[in-house]
Structure formats: C-alpha cells, structure tokens
Design a protein around this ligand. Structure first.
Ligand SMILES: NC(=O)c1ccc[n+]([C@@H]2O[C@H](COP(=O)([O-])OP(=O)(O)OC[C@H]3O[C@@H](n4cnc5c(N)ncnc54)[C@H](OP(=O)(O)O)[C@@H]3O)[C@@H](O)[C@H]2O)c1
Length: 277
C-alpha cells in the first residue's frame, strides 16, 4: 500500500455503515483506505501487526469501535502518532446517559477519541433501519414473526445511508471538533408499526409480538446465542424501554441540511430488493 497524507481510513469498511461511506467519500473525490479483515486493505483488531500500515500517513479515521474495549485507546494513540489529525467515532444514541459498563466497546471508542488530542466528533445513532434486512432482525422477519421486548416504546430508526452521509461530512469538513451528534430518522415508529410497514411493502404477512424481557432472553438462549450476547441485546432494549431514545433527533438536518430518509422509503427499497420475500 502506498501512503498518502490525504487518505481517509474507514474501519469496518465492509459493514453496514462503512460500505456506504467508502463510495460516498470516493464519489466526492477523496482517497479512501477501506479496511477490515476481508476489506480492500487488510486490518484485524486481533492482529496488531496489521495496524501500523493502515494508519501510517492517513489524515482522518472513521472509527467503528472494536469488540474488545481495551483496544480502542491503543489504536487511537498509534493513529495519532502516525499523523492522523481527525477522528469520527460511531456510537449509539443515549451513550451520554448510561453506565458505560452497559456498552463497554462503544463507550471505549468514545473515550478514545475524546482523549486523542486531535480533532474528534462522535455520531450517536438510533437503531438502524438496516437491522431489519442486514442484521439481527432479518431472519425473524423472513420467518414471519418478530418478537421483542420493546414495551411499546417507539424508535426513530435511522437509515445507514444517513449515517454514512453524516460520517462523510464530519470526516471532510471543519467545524465539528469536540461535538457528539444525535442522529435519527425523521419520525418514531413502534416496532409493531415498523413491522406493519415492512409487511405491506413486502406484500406478505409478518407479525410482531411483544415479549417480556425474560421471555425474550429465553428465546434467544434457545436459539443458541451466548449469555453475553443475550445480555448485551437485552441492555439495548432496557435502554429503549426507558424512552430516552424515542424522540427524533436533528443531527441529520444540522449536518447535511436535509431531512433524514423516511422508514417507509427504506422499507420500499429493501422490499423491492427482496429482503423479506
Ligand atoms: N445496529 C445498530 O442499530 C446500531 C446503532 C447505533 C450504533 N451502532 C454501532 O455500530 C457499530 C457497528 O457498525 P456497522 O453496523 O457499520 O458494522 P457491521 O455491519 O456490524 O459490520 C462489522 C464490521 O466490522 C468488521 N470487523 C469485524 N471484526 C473485525 C476485526 N476483528 N477486525 C477488523 N474489522 C472487523 C467487519 O468486517 P470484516 O468481517 O471484513 O472484518 C465489518 O466491516 C457497533 O459499534 C454498534 O454499536 C449500531
């Protein structure tokens, strides 16, 4: 790999946000290192020998925090030593209100960029629309039943295209240093409403079922998830049921000067691509 001090390093470049961010940056004329274990540039959090080459000479980094909370700070120190001058970290909505122990990896990512000594910005995003077609809730929806412990609290789901556009703006424009932006979709929907929108878009029956937290944990354990994973996902719903994430945030409009993607538009696009058929 040739080094170039104009490069922007995108971590988790094959993930839901990274794989939209990379082409967005390139379309705007920026040089990008798209890094992950299977990405264009090999980067593995579990192999420190893979770190120096990806950061050397890069000017900015999109940081999706590693699962191991001990690694973010060490990585950021290395990146800054290597010349990185701007860091944009992906985080979750409400991270300022909760015990960092609930989501240790995301909290460690926030701490690492705050302590970096260079320009930093944090993106605190609500739950992604794409959790319904690219992640956790895809298989249950295809099977026709999504059952979750939401307490009926609505969620202003955000499209990862908006997250990527926001990240691109923060990585490439000035005036965002030291800020944490809340990013959400334009309106909050209950999961029951969201499932109804997706079912209609897909032209088939899919039902939503409200579960107690204990029943949800039992279902997940029966599905083979580890106790650790079950506890982490359970914490996400604890936080959502408290209602602190339910109001739409204005981050997309403040940064991009446009409204965020509507859930109905996301659902129509995903259904047309066959997500829930
Ligand atoms: N889902 C949500 O609703 C939501 C909301 C707010 C915040 N977040 C935050 O979003 C983050 C996840 O971002 P995302 O959804 O864009 O990614 P993602 O779709 O979960 O994909 C994970 C990415 O990490 C890479 N990766 C996994 N293990 C790696 C390793 N050992 N070394 C290097 N790269 C590795 C994967 O690529 P390879 O397999 O090629 O390595 C992939 O690109 C999490 O921190 C989560 O807390 C999520």
């Amino acid at each position: 790999m040739t080094t170039n001090s104009k490069d922007i390093l995108v971590l988790a470049a094959t993930g839901k946000t990274g794989r939209r961010l990379v082409p967005t940056l390139r379309a705007a004329g920026h040089r990008v290192r798209a890094a992950s274990r299977s990405g264009e540039v090999r980067f593995d959090w579990d192999d420190r020998d893979s770190w120096p080459a990806v950061v050397r000479g890069a000017k900015a980094v999109y940081l999706v925090p590693p699962a191991d909370p001990a690694l973010a700070e060490v990585f950021v120190e290395l990146a800054v030593e290597a010349g990185v001058r701007r860091l944009v970290a992906l985080s979750g909505r409400g991270m300022d209100r909760y015990d960092p122990e609930l989501f240790p990896s995301v909290a460690a990512g926030e701490r690492a960029v705050r302590g970096s000594g260079v320009e930093w910005t944090i993106i605190r995003a609500n739950n992604f629309d794409q959790n319904f077609d690219e992640d956790l809730w895809h298989a249950p929806l295809r099977a026709g039943r999504l059952a979750l412990p939401t307490g009926g609290v609505p969620e202003p789901f955000v499209d990862v295209r908006d997250v990527a556009d926001v990240a691109a703006a923060l990585l490439t424009s000035d005036g965002h240093h030291g800020r944490a932006y809340d990013i959400s979709g334009p309106r909050a929907l209950t999961f029951a409403e969201a499932v109804a929108v997706m079912a209609e878009a897909a032209g088939r029956k899919i039902r939503f079922e409200e579960l107690s937290p204990a029943d949800y944990a039992a279902e997940q354990l029966a599905d083979g998830l580890s106790e650790e994973a079950v506890a982490e996902v359970g914490s996400i719903f604890d936080v959502m049921r408290a209602g602190h994430l339910a109001d739409p945030a204005d981050g997309v409009r403040r940064i991009l000067g446009r409204d965020p993607v509507r859930f109905e538009d996301y659902a129509a696009r995903a259904a047309a691509a066959g997500a829930w058929s």
